[in-house]
Design a protein around this ligand. Structure first.
Ligand code: ZN
Length: 264
């Protein structure tokens, strides 16, 4: 499926993009930001600044706080490329890689933002074992919507987009883990790719990761129900291979604790 059918590109209603880190929104959802910047809100669930010193030292920052400020500036510059107004950007105060240990609070904060912004459609990460914050965000969005359903409130449509995961022990991006749910490919035209590239270029601190992603197509699908206690795929997960601070068993235990705390 390709670009001309605008129905595939735009949900025709207000959109909330919920992602973990500044740059995830452009890597996964640039087609929305290109097409309807005035209808998109973006919620970042972290500042993008990890506790580990080497990450912010590499970017020339003296502290985690300074690095968070730098990443915020990169985000603002990138969103200017799409003409997404700063008041449409929302950010939770968690650090990079801190989400799995804050899941219950994360669910409540995501729930509060969805209630306040009343989107018709939400786009978020897939559950794929790529980054512990991505899986945490996917978990929190799913649980927040379940809470709204239980409360008898209108529940926005949930879509997920491709990020990355391990395939044969290597980094793999641009595809979902299983083909069980129909995915939609959105092809960007050359001019759109130039604008996406310009936005990504604003993320100076993230260039080494960004260069591993193709600019087009972007791929989304209706978010399937997930069991967060089951390993998303067999074999080591990407965040386990890259030692991002969690084993899946720990993540699953943390979702179980959060479920007990929020009454899921
Ligand atoms: Zn990310």
């Amino acid at each position: 499926m390709s670009a001309p059918n605008s129905k595939l590109r735009s949900p025709d209603k207000s959109v909330l993009v919920i992602v973990s880190h500044p740059d995830d929104e452009t890597l996964g959802c640039a087609h929305l930001l290109l097409l309807q910047p005035a209808q998109c809100h973006i919620l970042h669930t972290t500042t993008g600044a990890p506790a580990e010193e080497r990450f912010w030292r590499q970017a020339g920052a003296e502290s985690r706080e300074e690095y968070a400020v730098a990443r915020r500036k990169e985000l603002l510059a990138a969103m200017e490329v799409f003409a997404v107004a700063p008041e449409r950007l929302h950010m939770l105060p968690f650090g990079d890689r801190d989400l799995p240990r804050n899941l219950a609070t994360l669910v409540h904060q995501v729930h509060a933002h969805i209630e306040a912004l009343t989107p018709g459609c939400i786009y978020t990460h897939a559950f794929e074992g790529g980054h512990p914050d991505h899986d945490s965000t996917r978990y929190a969005v799913g649980r927040a919507l379940e809470m709204m359903r239980r409360e008898g409130k209108p529940v926005p449509e949930l879509r997920e987009f491709t990020g990355y995961h391990a395939r044969g022990g290597e980094f793999f991006s641009g595809a979902f883990l299983d083909g069980g749910v129909t995915a939609v490919d959105v092809h960007l035209d050359p001019e759109e790719m130039v604008r996406k590239r310009r936005a990504l270029d604003c993320y100076y601190s993230q260039q080494r990761v960004i260069q591993r992603f193709a600019l087009s197509p972007e791929r989304w699908r209706p978010a399937p129900a997930e069991d967060f206690r089951r390993r998303p795929h067999e074999g080591p997960l990407y965040y386990e291979i890259r030692e991002m601070g969690y084993r899946f068993e720990e993540f699953a235990g943390l979702t179980q604790e959060a479920d007990a705390s929020i009454g899921a």
